[in-house]
Design a protein around this ligand. Structure first.
Ligand code: GLV
Length: 307
């Protein structure tokens, strides 16, 4: 019996070595060297090619390498009845919260601006931006941890989600009707939603129009949350003051993409919360063991909810 690692855009050997450090790890194979496909009981996936998960007749677990599972669920030929799990972990949430706080501080304190000024030996001090109202779209594990870190750092935090949430000091907006209201008072809007058919392109001209002039956008969800042309228009009309984008519809971001050279867009390479290889390895082995002993895996994805 074997586990197959099938990762695109991620080095599989790091995960392989972490898996093999555990005594209870079965044989590990790395795609496309699957060996006898009948042996494969668990596949660890990231950005797999459509259809390939159907090749393993004894598959018992499809485990996402990351928190997001839209790439798995968008495959129309997934094998029926095989549970799908995603990576849920405190380190993932804490890193994301830290990244968002850093992005907000960088924006409010103009740190990148000074780095650019340094290149021309310019001494141009500016006051901090005072606006500390933040709205987080998506209050799941990542969003709620981020909301709490911002709260203890003196930010006034609101959140928007599918259903009402009860988090200390975080104003909860929920449902489609309250989406625009949730961002109306925000100086900074952070997208941490799962990507589903209903959240695709949620960051669009309507939402930007509901945001106040000068607001800043941080997208650490998925590239397909954003309507790229609508952002370009909102920036050129100066309705939004800028954006930090960590995720893109096409990754890596193509070298000729206008975002690279846009003066108001800060591009980071999908790095807001990297998966801890040791922790994901342990979590997947635990789930594999649970399935082998007849128990349900933890952190199972509900395909009807899309996450
Ligand atoms: C990263 O984007 C993840 O889904 O974990």
């Amino acid at each position: 019996m074997a586990i197959l690692i099938l990762l695109n855009q991620v080095d599989p050997t790091l995960l392989e070595s972490k898996l093999k450090q555990f005594d209870d790890c079965p044989e590990v194979r790395i795609y496309p060297d699957c060996g006898n496909k009948d042996d494969i009981e668990c596949v660890i996936v990231w950005k797999h090619d459509e259809g390939v998960l159907n090749d393993f007749p004894n598959l018992k677990l499809i485990a996402s390498y990351g928190a997001g599972v839209e790439n798995i669920l968008s495959d129309p030929s997934l094998p029926e009845g095989v549970p799908i799990t995603r990576f849920v972990d405190d380190t993932l949430s804490d890193q994301m919260a830290e990244f968002v706080l850093a992005a907000i501080l960088n924006h409010r304190l103009h740190l990148t601006y000074y780095r650019e000024q340094q290149a021309a030996s310019h001494w141009r001090p500016m006051d901090f931006l005072t606006g500390k109202n933040v709205t987080i779209l998506g209050l799941g594990e990542l969003g709620s941890t981020t909301a709490k870190l911002l709260d203890v750092n003196g930010y006034s935090v609101s959140g928007w989600s599918r259903s009402e949430k009860n988090i200390d000091n975080v104003k909860s907006y929920y449902g489609d009707d309250q989406l625009n209201a949730s961002v109306a008072g925000a100086d900074i809007v952070v997208c941490l939603l799962p990507l589903t058919p209903t959240t695709k392109h949620v960051l669009n001209a309507d939402l930007f129009a509901a945001m106040k002039k000068g607001a800043f956008l941080i997208n650490v969800g998925r590239g397909d949350h954003l309507k790229e042309d609508d952002l370009m228009n909102a920036l050129s009309s100066e309705h939004l003051s800028g954006a930090l984008l960590d995720v893109f519809a096409t990754e890596p971001l193509p070298t000729d993409h206008p975002f690279w050279r846009h003066p108001k867009i800060h591009v980071t390479p999908h790095i807001s919360s990297p998966t801890d290889k040791g922790r994901v390895a342990r979590q997947i082995l635990d789930n594999y063991n649970r399935i082998k002993s007849g128990a349900d895996p933890l952190n199972q994805v509900d395909p009807k909810r899309s996450y």
